[in-house]
Ligand binder design. Structure first.
Ligand code: 0GY
Length: 296
């Protein structure tokens, strides 16, 4: 009997994704995915807002190989709080094929930061999505950014588009590379040339340290799978305008999806619709993530 029971409305990851028709280039990186537990080995955090289905590292490696990817960037999710043990365990057992983005509290010591670095952590994530955290991390963000800068790490931020006007100056002023999860979650029902998406484009245009993950059409789309057609113009505009500052990831095991469980094969087949040339695909899937995560 497991210590943790997943939420009653939790949708577990797809049990048998389709084989993608699109072949990703050699060395491709799935740069946004998670490991969850297993809870009996790596307990979920008491302050979590959801209890997921276990999604252990072995399943992630299986998916990586099945989809044709070479490497993963594993991002700490809020259900593990700032307890990075499941993440570190996955990194240490990845055969150098995974890097990590951790969550840390301001009390973390330099020795602990160095241990995370040795395990393969290269960034710290700050979550400004209100349904996922009790306290928004405004205070710690700048302080931690200064501390991780000497390690060559970056900041990953997760927020929703309506929060950007208030957060814009803070993000623009950060001293490290900053990677925005899921394009800052635009409302794709709104005009792509309207003020909301334009503010995000301006953030990237005027701040060369800001990168974007062009991930999670399944979270943003109202038209739905398999093509997620309504998200394509937004993601494609970012990829074509900032080809050297974009990353892509599956977001496996897709926490908090309520509308449907995405087929990971369909998500891979979405890539050429947002990165239509081989050069853009290589930058998105190989060159950019290698530069950020495997530079040494
Ligand atoms: C994602 C998206 C979500 C969850 C988290 O850390 C998390 O719990 O990131 C979400 O619920 O939108 O990127 O995994």
């Amino acid at each position: 009997m497991s210590t943790f029971t997943m939420d009653p409305d939790w949708l577990p990851f797809h049990p048998s994704p389709s084989k993608p028709k699109f072949s990703v280039p050699a060395g491709a990186v799935d740069a946004h995915c998670h490991v969850f537990g297993p809870g009996d080995l790596f307990p979920y955090a008491p302050e979590r807002k959801y209890t997921p289905c276990d999604a252990p590292k072995e399943k992630l490696w299986e998916l990586r190989d099945y989809l044709g990817f070479d490497r993963n960037v594993i991002v700490q999710a809020t259900c593990h709080g700032a307890d990075n043990r499941a993440l570190v365990d996955a990194l240490e057992n990845s055969n150098d094929k995974a890097r990590g983005v951790a969550t840390v509290r301001r009390e973390i010591s330099d020795a602990e930061l160095n241990d995370l670095h040795r395990a393969g952590v290269r960034g710290v994530r700050f979550n400004f999505v209100k349904r996922l955290v009790d306290v928004l991390p405004h205070d710690t963000l700048t302080e931690i950014a200064e501390r991780i800068k000497p390690l060559g790490w970056h900041i990953v931020i997760y927020f929703e588009a309506q929060e950007l006007p208030d957060l814009y100056d803070v993000f623009a002023g950060l001293p490290t590379t900053v990677v925005v999860d899921h394009m800052g979650r635009p409302d794709v029902a709104k005009d792509i040339d309207g003020p909301e998406f334009e503010l995000f484009m301006k953030l990237m245009r005027e701040n060369s340290h800001i990168w974007s993950k062009v991930s999670c059409p399944e979270r943003l789309s109202q038209s739905g799978p398999p093509s997620y057609a309504d998200v394509v113009p937004f993601a494609r505009r970012i990829v074509e305008t900032f080809p050297d500052r974009v990353l892509w990831g599956t977001d496996w095991p897709h926490p908090n999806m309520k509308s449907h469980v995405p087929d990971d094969g369909h998500l891979v087949d979405y890539i050429p619709s947002i990165a239509p040339t081989e050069e853009l695909q290589r930058k998105l899937l190989v060159d950019n993530p290698h530069r950020l995560y495997w530079a040494e």
